[in-house]
Design a protein around this ligand. Structure first.
Ligand code: FAD
Length: 651
């Protein structure tokens, strides 16, 4: 039987033949485009150097990881994290090498918080003296750190954090104490089982000045502050007395990292635990000086937000690579108007192309929106049919690991309000005709106050005017909210949807992407004419797609005329047809190795069906067990006579 299976081949044309044909039909130079996309850093050289080292290491094999239980996945992730750190020493890797290796392995590593939030908080918030003490320990991994801000009850409202750090002038120590269950730290990555140190965010309570320290002093809160705290013994790895700590359990994705809960019971920490680059407390006089900008406490989160955006572009590129390669190979139905012809590739259906286009267009300019990424990778699995849901798609881990990116380090609904506040302030400067006011905002203010006329832009023939149209539309929406909030004084909460959708998420961010994309086109002069034309088509497709779907805003802001809006569907169809032959080569230019894609559907060589079958028939460990299906017998595994006991023991 097995030789019968071994001899079977997919029906013709094979995936390899189709993908080879796809590549042959486009004269886009993959190498030249890759060099352009990654110009300015030595990413391609770095990947070529590091990938063979990673793939040679048995622990980094991904074949069976999807079949592991959470505890086993975590053990594997910790083993991999250790090996990665050893490779740093072995090959003298710098931090960029390490991060690339981590990306290729694709675990959310148990060392993730140590390498990112912990070290960043020390670099940004610790005094020179504290840095001199901690940074060598961090770099050598002599201590492993995490970042504990979130609590069961609060985090978006950081002021609401309940954990207390109470200064005791008599011992010159702080007492960390969780007064309620909702003060329990929660979600803190790398802390559940791995870290022995953490940056802990707590309300700083100081005795009222002038109180006799021998009496029971009256305390006042000075708001959330950062403390660096040892939470586990460095030898036994047990929590220190007064610290209750553990992993919060299963969650969406992130199986390989230990998100923690943590409580403190009158736990004493030294004066030096307060990170004091900005906030200072004199241990002798008890005099406190607050940071000039209290928001500096959240600085570390800003760093991780930019990291999320950075990582999202690769996640997005992975999803698009899989989608484009697979839909070029997947053939389904003949053309209704040509039933004697061959079956059509899914990528040739305008609906498929349309769904894919939105991501594909970002070839020259990755979207900065984490939310867009997680949405898109999710939607990708729907648009790929049944195989998109399978474990071999390459989406299951990507999707679940990225899902949380719209929430972590500031929920998107929250951070878009911060963007909105900034934009409304800027519009206030334009309304006051301030010297540094934004030109596009000034134009709107003047025109809507009767002092000028808003000309339509010519978006069908001018790329620069496409950018202008996006800016106009964004400024117009900001002006609307400015009037509602500042002039008419409407409640902030009543404007929430308008703030999020109209202002920051859609209009501002897309305007930014469009502008950046258009600017990048001018640096492509060295590429072949075909490649430049395709990139320009991608730019236009991206812009037109968004204009068409948000057409009302563009008309209302008089950014475009109705006749140009009406012309967009036809233009979009044409652009898709122009780009279609180059789709596979465009995604090839991202140079994402098969090892990272870990996808039967997105393999470079197009052997989709062979790989799907191999993973099911040869690699799936469930198929190595023969089960006993008879309900009248307790035995589960045939011949084992195990009864319920083995499975019961795991409950
Ligand atoms: C995978 C993962 C890893 C994490 N890692 C860490 C970590 O290492 N360390 C750490 O300290 N924390 C960590 N977190 C916590 C994370 O930072 C918070 O979950 C996140 O900031 C959102 O806060 P919240 O859960 O309190 O949501 P909430 O603030 O309770 O929000 C709940 C809902 O209410 C909405 N909402 C709240 N306030 C407003 C408002 N003013 N206006 C409109 N809508 C509002 C939000 O948009 C959201 O939809 C992690 C979380 C996840 C999921």
């Amino acid at each position: 039987m097995s030789s019968f299976v071994d001899k079977l081949k997919p029906s013709e044309p094979s995936g390899s033949a189709i993908i080879a044909r796809e590549r042959a039909q486009s004269d886009v130079s993959v190498d030249a485009l890759s060099q352009t996309l990654f110009a300015g850093d030595d990413f391609l050289e770095r990947q070529a150097r590091i990938l063979p080292i990673i793939t040679a290491e048995p622990l980094f094999d991904k074949k069976q990881q999807a079949n592991l239980s959470r505890p086993d996945l975590f053990k594997l992730a910790l083993a991999r994290a250790k090996v990665l750190r050893r490779l740093v020493d072995q090959h003298s890797w710098d931090i960029t090498d390490y991060k690339l290796a981590e990306t290729l392995v694709d675990d959310v590593s148990p060392y993730f918080l140590h390498m990112h939030m912990f070290v960043t908080a020390i670099r940004e918030q610790a005094s020179d003296e504290q840095q001199a003490h901690f940074l060598p320990l961090i770099t050598a991994f002599k201590i492993i750190g995490a970042y504990a801000q979130t609590e069961l009850g609060h985090v978006s409202n950081v002021q609401g954090i309940e954990l207390q750090a109470r200064w005791d002038p008599s011992t010159k120590e702080f007492t960390l104490h969780s007064p309620t269950l909702t003060a329990c730290k929660w979600w803190n990555g790398s802390l559940g089982r791995t870290a022995n140190y953490a940056i802990v965010v707590a309300q700083l309570f100081l005795p009222k000045m002038g109180m006799n320290t021998k009496d029971k002093p009256e305390y006042v809160s000075h708001g959330p502050h950062l403390f660096v705290v040892q939470v586990r013994d460095l030898k036994t790895h047990q929590p220190l007395d007064g610290v209750v700590i553990g992993d919060i359990g299963p969650k969406f994705g992130y199986d390989t990292i230990d998100n923690a809960y943590m409580l403190f019971d009158n736990f004493r920490i030294p004066h030096s635990a307060l990170l004091c680059r900005y906030a200072k407390l004199d241990p002798n006089t008890g005099i406190y000086s607050k940071p000039a900008v209290p928001a500096v406490v959240y600085g570390t989160m800003t760093y991780v937000r930019s990291l999320i955006v950075h990582q999202s572009r690769l996640g997005l590129a992975r999803a698009v690579t899989i989608a484009v390669r697979y839909t070029s190979i997947r053939q389904q139905f003949k053309d209704r108007d040509n039933i004697n012809g061959v079956e059509q590739a899914v990528l040739d259906y305008p609906t498929g192309v349309y769904k894919d286009a939105r991501k594909e267009i970002e070839n020259g300019n990755f979207s900065p929106l984490a939310s867009m990424h997680s949405m898109s990778s999710g939607l990708k699995s729907f648009s790929l049919g049944g195989h998109g849901y399978g474990g071999a798609s390459g989406f299951t881990r990507l999707y679940s690991d990225y899902l949380s990116r719209v929430t972590v380090e500031g929920d998107n609904w929250m951070i878009t309000q911060q963007v909105a506040s900034y934009l409304i302030k800027r519009m206030g400067e334009a309304a006051a005709q301030g010297p540094g006011a934004d030109a596009s905002q000034l134009e709107i203010v003047n025109a809507l106050n009767g002092g000028g006329h808003l000309q339509n832009f010519d978006i069908l023939y001018s790329d620069v005017q496409i950018v202008d149209a996006f800016r106009r539309r964004a400024s117009f929406l900001v002006y609307g909210v400015y009037v509602d909030r500042i002039v008419e004084k409407k409640p902030w909460t009543s404007l929430m949807i308008q703030l999020n959708k109209g202002l920051s998420n859609t209009a501002q961010s897309i305007a930014f992407v469009v502008e950046f994309f258009q600017e990048s086109l001018s640096s492509h002069g060295h590429l072949s004419t075909t490649t430049q034309t395709v990139l320009r088509s991608l730019f236009r497709l991206f812009a037109y797609y968004h204009m068409e779907s948000e057409g009302n805003d563009f008309i209302q802001s008089r950014a475009i005329s109705q006749s140009q809006l009406d012309a967009l569907p036809g233009r979009i169809q044409k652009l898709m047809a122009q780009i279609r032959p180059h789709a596979v080569k465009l995604v090839d230019s991202w140079m994402i190795p098969d090892y990272l894609l870990d996808s039967a559907l997105g393999r470079y060589d197009g052997q989709v069906y062979e790989d799907l079958f191999k993973r099911a028939h040869r690699l799936n460990p469930l198929n190595k067990i023969t089960f006993n299906p008879n309900y009248w017998e307790d035995e589960i595994v045939k011949g084992s006579k195990d009864g319920w006991s083995s499975i019961l023991a795991k409950l």
